[in-house]
Design a protein around this ligand. Structure first.
Ligand code: GLN
Length: 278
């Protein structure tokens, strides 16, 4: 038995809906465009086209995985960030809209510097580094991650998007950086508390724990970054950190204790404290 595009989508929508997927029609469309390697408009234009056995079975596998909660970004291998199409895999955190707030702030500060050198610590897919590289072509950006499989994804993104001012390094946090060499350090580090119940729901279940959690209060890596950053920053260099919406005050205090000046916290698009700068 062979089904058309339209019939296949009609079967999938209630299945996704029953699994609690919020936009079942949209997601069914996205997964079928992935299987067929086409744009969404093709599904409408060719709604009576029959699917081959392989296409149909591949689609059913994706639907089953999506119903089990796997993030759509991992099933398609793509996520849009800063209007860039980024490759993602389960080796990297899926870039979030809130992180665009960090990018915006970094750009604002980079615009006052000529030929700045900066590092993106824990780059993952390379999202922050690549967005900054696009916006600030004169900047040199070192993108660092301790996971080699993340560096491979970041490298693939750098090549696909033809970015030539991002250099990738596999290292732990600041270890590979020359002291007093950086105009800016940016990071979206892991900042969720290990016991946070949020970790048992939704997409985060499938994301790398090393990119998400950091000790009892989620502040272990942030604390370490703030303590070490002054050694690697030039005088008057900037540190920009993303953090949880309840961590603003703690991060400001840590920065001030470490001697950072001009410490302030910026809200994300949802109005939550999300990025602290010093
Ligand atoms: N903001 C993400 C979330 O709450 C976490 C990202 C991170 O830990 N850096 O799912």
């Amino acid at each position: 038995m062979h089904y058309t595009i339209q019939q296949t989508l009609q079967q999938a929508v209630p299945v996704l809906q029953q699994a609690g997927i919020e936009s079942p029609r949209l997601e069914a469309d996205i997964l079928l465009t992935q299987v067929l390697g086409v744009q969404r408009s093709y599904l409408i234009a060719w709604s009576n086209r029959l699917l081959s056995d392989t296409e149909y079975q591949y689609f059913q596998v994706l639907i089953t995985r999506r119903c089990a909660g796997e993030p759509i970004a991992y099933l398609t291998g793509h996520r849009e960030f800063w209007s860039l199409d980024l490759l993602v895999s389960p080796a990297v955190l899926i870039p979030r809209p809130a992180t665009e707030t960090l990018v915006e702030q970094a750009i604002e500060h980079l615009n006052h510097l000529s030929n700045p050198v900066l590092a993106d610590l824990g780059t993952g897919s390379g999202a922050i580094a690549i967005a900054l590289a696009k916006e600030c072509p004169a900047a040199l950006i070192v993108a660092i991650d301790c996971q080699l499989d993340a560096i491979c994804i970041a490298q693939a993104n750098v090549q696909r998007l033809k970015i030539n001012n991002v250099k990738l390094l596999c290292a732990s946090w600041l270890n590979a950086i020359v002291p007093k060499s950086m105009d800016m350090l940016v990071s979206n580090p892991p900042y969720i508390a290990e016991t946070d119940p949020h970790l048992t729901q939704g997409d985060v279940r499938f994301e790398p724990r090393t990119a998400l959690t950091s000790g009892n209060e989620g502040l272990d890596d942030i604390r370490q970054l703030i303590q070490q950053a002054p050694l690697y920053l030039k005088n008057a260099g900037w540190l920009l950190l993303e953090h949880g919406y309840t961590q603003g005050e703690a991060v400001r205090i840590l920065m001030q204790q470490q001697g950072f000046k001009h410490v302030s916290t910026i809200h994300d698009l949802e109005g939550q404290e999300r990025v602290t700068i010093g």
